[in-house]
Design a protein around this ligand. Structure first.
Ligand code: ADP
Ligand code: AMP
Length: 213
């Protein structure tokens, strides 16, 4: 099963993608996580991506498409995957579509996690992430058992640089301009399913499971 998660930054794509990956035993692939891992390791890709990410801008398609295609070509993706944060532009979606068509394959579901802009700033300002294992929390809605410490691996939780209020507004504008058109794109392909992302995390997941089957 090949699934795409759509939605504004902070809508809960990553939270749901991890739960989907666990239940359906497919890899969770987040281009944002791949860029952050590269930034942490100081690679050339990480340095390039940081220039854009820190400003709330999208990393250019050429860089993003290459890392995504490399990742989905790996062995663990044979039976499917859930993409979180890719595609974010129409050209990215077109490349994915073409590559899958070449393999006689296609995306099965595009899940749009719908959360209005007014909730997004709150979601992102409360987000805390573990840079070691990738777990995500929210200081009010989904708090860790011990403040500031990851439940999974005991590492310190941090606020993402691009979750600061100045950057959040930019990311939302970029979302509306460049990513939201994908909703029509996948509606036209008849694979778009929208869920109400303002519900509690488990309820959103139940709605997604009833779509995926
Ligand atoms: P995205 O991957 O779309 O950017 P995340 O999954 O990281 O979003 O979620 C953004 C923030 O909102 C995180 O702090 C997360 O813990 C929190 N969150 C996710 N889903 C919900 C939900 N259904 N209700 C409340 N908070 C949520
Ligand atoms: P995310 O972790 O999905 O919120 O992504 C964080 C940041 O990484 C984004 O704001 C972009 O700067 C960059 N990024 C992640 N995925 C993509 C993508 N598919 N295309 C362009 N930039 C991306």
């Amino acid at each position: 099963m090949k699934i795409i998660m759509l939605g504004a930054p902070g809508a809960g794509k990553g939270t749901q993608a991890k739960m989907i990956a666990d239940k359906y035993k497919i890899p969770h692939i987040s281009t944002g996580d791949i860029f952050r891992a590269n930034m942490k390791n100081g690679t050339e890709l990480g340095l390039k991506a940081k220039e854009y990410m820190d400003k709330g801008l999208l990393v250019p398609d050429e860089l993003t498409v290459e890392i995504l295609l490399d990742r989905v070509a790996q062995d663990d993706c044979k039976d499917g995957y859930v993409l979180d944060g890719f595609p974010r532009t129409i050209p990215q979606a077109d490349v994915l579509d073409k590559e899958l068509t070449k393999l006689g394959d296609k995306v099965d579901f595009a899940i749009n996690v719908d959360v209005p802009d007014e909730n997004i700033v709150r979601r992102m300002s409360g987000r805390r992430a573990c840079l070691k294992c990738g777990a995500t929390y929210h200081i009010e809605h989904i708090p860790p058992k011990k403040e500031g410490i990851c439940d999974n691996c005991g590492s310190e939780l941090v606020q993402r640089e691009d979750d600061k209020p100045e950057t959040v507004q930019n990311r939302l504008s970029v979302y509306h301009e460049q990513t939201q058109p994908l909703i029509d794109y996948y509606t036209n392909k008849q694979i778009l399913k929208t869920v109400d992302g303002t519900k509690d995390m488990q309820e959103v997941f139940n709605d997604i499971v009833s779509i995926l089957g």
